[in-house]
Design a protein around this ligand. Sequence first.
Ligand code: GTP
Ligand code: MG
Length: 211
Amino acid sequence: MSTEAADRTADERPAGAEGEAAAAPGSNEDTVKIILLGDSAVGKSKLVERFLMDDYQPQQLSTYALTLFRHNAEVEGKPIAVDFWDTAGQERFQNLHPSYFHGAHCCVLVFDCTRKVTYTNLSKWYSELQENRYGIPVVVVANKIDVDYRVTRKNFAFASKRNLPFFFVSASDGTNVVQLFTEAIRLAVDCKQNPPEGDFVQDVLDLLGDK
Ligand SMILES: Nc1nc2c(ncn2[C@@H]2O[C@H](COP(=O)(O)OP(=O)(O)OP(=O)(O)O)[C@@H](O)[C@H]2O)c(=O)[nH]1
Ligand SMILES: [Mg+2]
């Protein structure tokens, strides 16, 4: 594996970011699964790194297929284990995605506000999500605002058109990263408690398919 998380030894990992294979989604009442989607190099891994480790290394190390992180959070006084599924945005990995969506409770959809094509491609990622895991909450994220803060004056209509929460963030300096993930975790817990319509049927079908 060529990811930074996979390359770290267990001792180097911070508390709450075990980086090991996460528990099967839905296997535990107090576990939620959050997936990250977006083009390669928009900053998905750096955002998770900033949130879980309060760290940021500027080197680019594209995620190889998938990295899993476990984070221990607290929502309304209750402990919650959060599994972050950090997927690779590269085309060559895209045929792996259907399994990533299974059992997800929230999706963090990231674009790079310095590269327009990554914004245009949001609709592609969003359709893929709808096809694989319809109805879960989605948070839209404009990353890299540190490059030029004036970008925060711009209107990115993708989120407002679909009535989705939207955050301007920077993994590099940490702006809004905690706010973003706090909201994503809250929405994931909410989704787990009130699953989207059709979820039950899908779960039964998934279960039957497993046997
Ligand atoms: N200036 C700036 N650069 C950033 C920021 N976040 C990420 N980067 C840079 O963007 C590059 C890609 O970041 P990654 O987190 O690896 O991107 P990714 O979306 O995980 O990419 P894949 O794993 O290939 O899908 C790295 O060189 C980062 O240093 C940010 O907030 N500001
Ligand atoms: Mg990555």
